[in-house]
Structures are given as C-alpha cells and as structure tokens.
Design a protein around this ligand. Sequence first.
Ligand code: FES
Ligand SMILES: [Fe+2]
Length: 362
Amino acid sequence: MDYSFHIDADISKAETLPSSFYRNPEVFEALKQSIFYKSWQWVGSTQEIKDTSNSHPFILLDGFLTEPMLLTKDTDEVIYCLTNVCTHRGNLLINTPRKTKKIVCGYHGRRFALNGKFEHMPEFKETQDFPRLCDSLHQFPLRKWGPFLFAGLNPSFDFQDVIDSMNERVGFLPLDEFKLDKSRNKEYMVNAHWALYCDNYLEGFHIPFVHEGLDAALDYGSYDTILYDHCTLQIGYAKESEAVFELPAGHPDFEKQVAAYYYWVFPNMMFNFYPWGVSINLVQPLHMKKTKVSFMSYVYKENKLDKGAGSGLDKVELEDEEVVEGVQKGVQSHFYKAGRFSPTREKGVHHFHKLLAQFLNA
Ligand code: FES
Ligand SMILES: [Fe+2]
C-alpha cells in the first residue's frame, strides 16, 4: 500500500491531507514507525524522580506504542531514560517507582547499573561471547527543558532545537519554579483521530466561531502564527491589559499585550503559556477514532490564575471537542476528499500536514 501524501509547499496552492489519511487503518498503523518513533515524547518531569524514589517505570503512549520504559537517576544526579525490559528473556524490570541502587531483574537475577549498563548474571560463565553491548539496557536520548523531560525512540531531529525555539519567547520564565497543581489535572476522551485534534489546535481561525468566551479575551485581528522546523507558535494578544505577561526588556514582544503563547510540538504536544504558568496538553492516540488528551497545569503565579485567555480552559476544551468530533464524522463521508487552506489563518495546519506527509514519505 502506498502511503505517500503530497502537500504543496505553497499554501495558496495546497490541498489539505485527504480524508483517507484519517480513515485508513494502515496509515494509522504506519504513523507509529514513521512519526512517533522518529520524534520526541513527554516522559514526565524531574518531580517524578526524587532522592526518595530514583527509578520510575512508565508505559510510553499506552495503548498505541505501549513501550515499557524507565527513568532513573544515579548518584551523580544524571537522569537516564532506559528500556524497562530485561535483556535476558524480556521480563519487565521495575514495576513500581522505588529507591534502588541497582536494577535487578526479579526473574533470574540479571543486574544492571542505574545507567543501564549490564553488571552481572548468575549461571552465565559458560555462555560464549557474553556480555555483549546489547546485553545492557537500551538507553534512549533524553532532553530536559526546565523540569520537563522528553525522550525519543529513534528521533530524526534534535529536541534541543525545539527547546531553543521555544526559549526565544518563554526562556525568561523560571520553569524550574513551576509547580504541578495536581488538582487541575484532567483527562479528556475525544472520539476523533489524534491528528484532527491537532489540526484544530493549530489555527485560531475558529476562535470567533467556536469560543465566544475566549474570543472576548483575545484580539483576533492581531493573532499571530510563527512556524519553526518541528514546532509552531501561536501568539494571542489581549484585548485588555489585565492578564498579560510582564515581558523583560529585549524580549521580542517587549511592550506588547501578550495573553498567551501557544506552542505545539510535532507531532502531539502542546505547551500553552499564560501569565500564571503553563498548561501542557498531551495528545495520545488510542484508536483511529479515539484519542486521550491529558491536561496538566504547572503554576508559578497563582494570583494570575482564572483570568483572561488562561481561564476557563475546560469550557474551551469541550467547545473544541465538539467541532473535532464533528469533523471526525465528516471525514467519513464519501463526498469529502480534501479541503484548501486559508493562507492568512491556517499556516499552522498547513505546516503540520507538510510534516506529516514528509515523515510518512521518508
Ligand atoms: S528475564 Fe531477566 S534475568 Fe531472566
Ligand atoms: Fe479551539
């Protein structure tokens, strides 16, 4: 089956991805290898691995990639992201977060250092050519942005470039002081393809039509979209100066009334910075028509919560879900093939579709 899609680089000539992209189960499956293995995923924050618990197991994109992984921190304070699968016969190594000096498999006692290096295996003296390099635990590349951790399975680009792009505008914020407010954690189940959820996020075009409340806070006329290689920034400017960032001198938007920096990172992560902190949205594919979206709020200025564009996030989310689920039904129609783009309002969606096509065709 040919999965090649073509998105014209000229937005004024381009068509959107065809409905088959969202409908074909083989394409959905191909996205794992061609996109999710080749990019970066959120794997947690430094708050998950403390001195009292230095090994943290998790399943990456459970129900989709379902990859058992492990974060560890050794005595040198270095954090590692490892496979959580024993190199002997494939047992899971660590099942619950714990404090440990070594990683020891509970099945036949194979032992690894916290950096994944093979150390010992009982009854293997006569095994020839052992241990080999591959008897150590596979180590995944890991990048740290403030307290946030990202790993790639087999990434085709460096996440540091994405971090550098985001830091151009939000690097002045004290990310290490941001605290997760668990009471604001929320999970949404959306009956739609994960890419439709991202498509919707990537344009502010729908704000006046779909989000009455948000529209009242934002100046739609000056809403801006900036494209980076694997990342997109949308800037929402405030109508009034009540809930805006205090930007330092020398900042690219110094003296502008910025209400929100909406960063999307290819393929499925969103970092929405508001004057109170950041709302992180992780878009996790489950099935072709089902997506889990996890919201986490890291707060650093509590007195700015519940004001302006960064307030009423639940209402905005439900409004978005309604249209995204409508599109999910619409792209099943045999009379819908593909659409066109607004060059002024849909640059972000065009960029996303180009990236999807490029990764799928690679
Ligand atoms: S599976 Fe781990 S030691 Fe055998
Ligand atoms: Fe929206």
